[in-house]
Write a protein that binds this ligand. Structure first.
Ligand code: ZN
Length: 329
């Protein structure tokens, strides 16, 4: 039993890309997400940090990238988030396959998993992604961005992440400590290495699931791999309680770090996956009006005074349309 608010689900997933323009174009124009923030890596200001999300940057919808051009191609393996899955409305997978044909996106045959249909594909860096068709409730917190993909087919935040782990038991214990509940185990069809997939569910409606698969296949961080996954701990109190619970498991979480749009705690879990706990506030519209998100390079805190120097060190990138689109026309 937990004596604190359990993790509400995935907050964001951060990945490593190569060419920044190709990354920008794919995640906005092809997949239809909104560029909600264009900033820099706060630990390496010579690199961009792009944030792609729903129309309002709702917690549980943002896929973020460090385009590190100098890094080499990575390899998905043990100790990594191996698959990142997004929700799309039921009945929209035909639309997505047609769109992938049109845009030349590399996708696989659909698979059934826990009673849902999954469409696996890869982004231009080879990052494994999935679309999962689900019923989106009327009161869903996500807000579709309709600049590129019609509302009835738009991506509606995260569905799940899949972890590939050498020793799943320790991580499964940690997920329970974080308040996730084991909801099922089934044979895993498709290209995954383990034979059994165990699913954990978080409390909230978006980014609800973490799947665990055993594998000893070694991985290597680089283009097309996930850097870390962040979980929603909405308030400082939630986060601090979770931080203490994780410490109690023998892990070594950082102190809280101000990431400008949320406050974060980081730790490597037992199998080496980098986990983050992120607050819901202040959010991506705390330093840009909602209808102008992504329109300019945002330099938080101490970096604001170095704008000229930072901009000179970044590659030129053309940004897709960033204007809000009326939902009713
Ligand atoms: Zn993060």
């Amino acid at each position: 039993m937990t004596d604190f608010t359990p993790a509400q689900g995935i907050h964001h997933v951060t990945c490593i890309a190569g060419d920044p323009q190709r990354n920008m174009d794919f995640w906005t124009e092809t997949l239809g997400l909104r560029l909600v923030k264009r900033s820099i890596n706060q630990d390496d200001p010579s690199t961009y940090h792009f944030f792609f999300a729903d129309a309002e940057g709702t917690p549980g919808t943002s896929m973020t990238f460090f385009p590190w051009e100098n890094l080499s191609q990575g390899k998905v393996g043990s100790g990594q988030v191996s698959r990142t899955a997004f929700r799309v409305p039921e009945g929209s997978l035909d639309y997505w396959e047609d769109r992938f044909d049109e845009y030349g996106v590399d996708y696989d045959d659909r698979v059934e998993r826990f009673g849902e249909t999954v469409l696996p594909f890869r982004d231009p860096d080879g990052l494994p992604i999935e679309l999962v068709a689900v019923e989106i409730p009327d009161d869903d917190p996500t807000v579709p961005w309709t600049a590129f993909v019609p509302e009835e087919h738009a991506i509606r935040g995260f569905h799940s992440v899949t972890l590939w782990l050498a020793n799943p038991d320790s991580t499964m214990g940690l997920l329970r400590t974080m308040g996730l509940e084991e909801v099922g185990t089934e044979e895993s069809p498709g290209d995954t290495p383990g034979d059994e997939r165990t699913r954990f569910a978080a409390a909230g409606p978006v980014g609800k699931y973490v799947d665990v698969l055993p594998t000893i296949q070694a991985g290597r961080q680089g283009h097309g791999t996930v850097h870390h996954v962040a979980f929603q701990t909405p308030t400082d109190e939630d986060q601090d309680a979770m931080r203490r619970a994780v410490s109690g498991e023998g892990l070594s979480p950082t102190q809280q770090i101000d990431r400008h749009w949320f406050r974060s705690v980081y730790f490597r879990e037992f199998n080496g996956v980098l986990f983050e706990l992120a607050t819901s506030d202040p959010g991506y519209d705390s330093d840009e009006p909602l209808d102008e998100l992504g329109g300019r390079l945002v330099l938080p805190g101490k970096f604001a005074s170095q704008r000229e120097q930072i901009e000179a060190g970044l590659p030129d990138v053309t940004v897709p349309r960033t204007d809000a689109v009326e939902a009713d026309d």
